[in-house]
Structures are given as C-alpha cells and as structure tokens.
Design a binder for this molecule. Structure first.
Ligand code: FES
Length: 99
C-alpha cells in the first residue's frame, strides 16, 4: 500500500491552515477518494497539519495557507478552504503524479 500525504501549514495567526486541513479531509470523504487504486496498488491520502513550510510570503499574510503534496512535491502557497474540492479532485484524477 502506498501513501500520499498533504502537509498543511497552520502557522498563521488566522488559523486558516486548520480550516484548509479540515476541508481537505471532508472532501476526501465526500469524493470517496481517501483510498484509491492506482496501477493496481491501493493508495491512501493522509492530511496532516505542520508548522512553517518556508513558503511564508503568502501564507503568513493570508488569506490562505501553504501546503505541499507528497510524493509529487506540488506546493500551493495560498490555499483556502474553498479550494479543497478542486485540489482533491486534481489529486484523484492524477494531476499530481506520484513520483
Ligand atoms: S507560515 Fe506558512 S509556510 Fe511559513
């Protein structure tokens, strides 16, 4: 079984990172893609908050949070809760390929 992980910075004063993480978890369930089969292998996606991802220029000022998707290494510097559905959909459709 393989694993994808989305690390979301929650080091902003506003706490938007926690909201982004919650929205991503909710979308994974809503879209039914928390676990998917890719090339015959089960791939599970985990959402995890973390401190600074060194992408602070947008993240600290808001309105969004920085996040990174592993193993693809794709960063978003200003993700907001409203972006969760599109991020999860892109992940599920293979837009951010696992390396
Ligand atoms: S405070 Fe979020 S990346 Fe630095």
């Amino acid at each position: 079984m393989a694993e994808r992980r989305i690390f979301v910075c929650n080091h902003q004063k506003s706490g938007v990172g926690d909201d982004v993480a919650k929205a991503l978890k909710k979308e994974l369930k809503a879209q039914g893609v928390k676990s998917v089969v890719v090339d015959g292998e089960k791939v599970t996606t985990q959402i995890q908050t973390c401190n600074c991802l060194d992408r602070c220029k947008n993240c600290k000022k808001g309105p969004g949070a920085a996040l990174v998707i592993y193993p693809s290494g794709v960063y978003f510097n200003n993700a907001q809760p409203k972006d969760a559905a599109r991020i999860v959909q892109a992940l599920a459709t293979g837009l951010f390929p696992d390396k």
